[in-house]
Write a protein that binds this ligand. Structure first.
Ligand SMILES: Nc1ncnc2c1ncn2[C@@H]1O[C@H](COP(=O)(O)OP(=O)(O)O)[C@@H](O)[C@H]1O
Ligand SMILES: [Mg+2]
Length: 377
């Protein structure tokens, strides 16, 4: 039997809950071609939300095309330009012949070798001369606008894992280049999203940065408890199992409303359930999940400095006045500078999150593991 929960993949259809306001907001931005930047830690549902909003926006709008690009394995500008060109051509062509014709028509300065998929895959890919492309990427950066204008389309280009551009040779120069072209586009909007909160924030809210005031910025939150509990209960019922309300609430509490972990813990609980899932089942599933992840957590913890660990220890113990002399002494924190430094490094490592000055753990299961296994509080 198919299991009723999904994690690690885009959540669609009955696997997708809540996000009504965010979806409506994004659909409206897409339809009105408003640039958007979405920020949240990883696995909170950005890709799923963009996917959902894209489907709705396209269904409502005959002339709208959405082009989605994922930078998860893109590490240099050349790769980025190639992917952008391929994705834009594919998104604006309904057949392979049209894609080939577009490529011939819209590339005049840097002309790629066109590779057409065999075995009826309908795939097209481009092989650019990297040196030429580096000198002259303008045509690719304006490709979307030129095609949209020519074909009388509206186009939204969604770029996932945007933080990866940090690995490019000169990220700042690259961003300036993108912005200088993209801000002149009238038939294309851009939706940039990524998981490195501090980087995405810096890119979009720092007046010194090229993408400052580029568009509408929104922070995706976790999913509210009432949606998650109803969701879990519905998914159990759909597969002829049930779950009592305490057990449901426990899943959400242990996962700290984290969308991915909620689905994962619900799945582990479901697998352990004969007909009715109880609190005890959930606790067993949670123990198994913590065990399953403990090797990974050990590896992460080994990369931390003693001062970072001391600071985490104080946080895990629930200390609120970490800068006070007593607390610093108790946890062997050497100075207030050490606290600030540790905090900054832990945020950059995606271990902590800073939302409007409130520090929290990004991974609720890691926080649990630190408390109960590592520091054994
Ligand atoms: N709206 C949602 N409803 C239910 N589960 C969700 C939702 N959004 C995300 N999830 C869960 O979180 C996981 C990660 O979602 P994803 O969209 O890939 O996050 P991100 O792009 O922020 O890393 C999904 O596989 C799913 O388990
Ligand atoms: Mg994603």
């Amino acid at each position: 039997m198919e299991t009723p929960f999904v994690f690690g993949k885009i959540a669609t259809a009955e696997n997708f809950t809540d996000r009504e306001q965010e979806t409506a907001h994004l659909v409206s931005n897409f339809c009105s071609l408003i640039n958007t930047i979405i920020i949240s830690p990883r696995r909170w549902g950005k890709s799923s939300l963009v996917n959902k909003a894209s489907q709705l926006a396209v269904a409502d709008n005959r002339n709208l095309r959405i082009c989605r690009i994922d930078l998860f394995n893109v590490r240099n500008e050349g790769h980025f330009y190639t992917l952008l060109a391929e994705s834009v051509i594919k998104a604006t062509s309904s057949r392979l012949e049209e894609a080939v014709a577009s490529a011939k028509k819209f590339f005049s300065r840097v002309i790629p070798r066109i590779v057409v998929g065999t075995d009826n895959t309908n795939e097209i890919s481009f092989d650019f001369n990297w040196e030429e492309l580096k000198r002259n990427p303008d045509e690719i950066l304006d490709l979307a606008e030129n095609i949209a204008r020519d074909k009388k389309l509206k186009l939204v280009i969604c770029i996932d894992e945007f933080q990866n551009i940090e690995d490019f040779d000169d990220p700042l120069y690259f961003q300036k280049r993108l912005r200088s072209h993209w801000q002149l586009h009238h038939n294309v909007a851009y939706c940039l999203y990524g998981s490195k909160r501090h980087m995405m924030l810096d890119v979009s809210t720092n007046p010194q940065m090229p993408f400052y005031k580029f568009g509408d910025i929104f922070f995706l939150n976790k999913i509210k408890t009432e949606y998650l509990t109803e969701f879990i209960s519905d998914r159990f019922s759909a597969t002829d199992k049930s779950i009592n309300s305490d057990a449901c609430a426990k899943i959400v509490e242990l996962a700290d409303n984290h969308p991915y972990y909620t689905q994962q813990l619900a799945q582990l609980s479901w697998l352990r359930t004969g007909t009715n899932c109880t609190l005890e089942t959930v606790c067993q599933a949670h123990t198994a999940l913590v065990e399953q992840l403990s090797l990974l957590f050990i590896t992460i913890t080994e990369t931390l400095t003693t001062q970072q660990l001391n600071y985490l220890h104080a946080l895990i113990a629930g200390e609120t006045s970490i800068f006070s002399a007593d607390v610093m002494y108790k946890y062997r924190i050497t100075s207030t500078v050490a606290i600030s430094r540790s905090r900054k490094a832990l945020i950059e490592k995606d271990i902590l999150d800073n939302t409007a000055g409130k520090i929290s753990f990004q991974d609720p299961i890691y926080a649990y593991w630190l408390r109960h296994h590592y520091f054994a509080l």
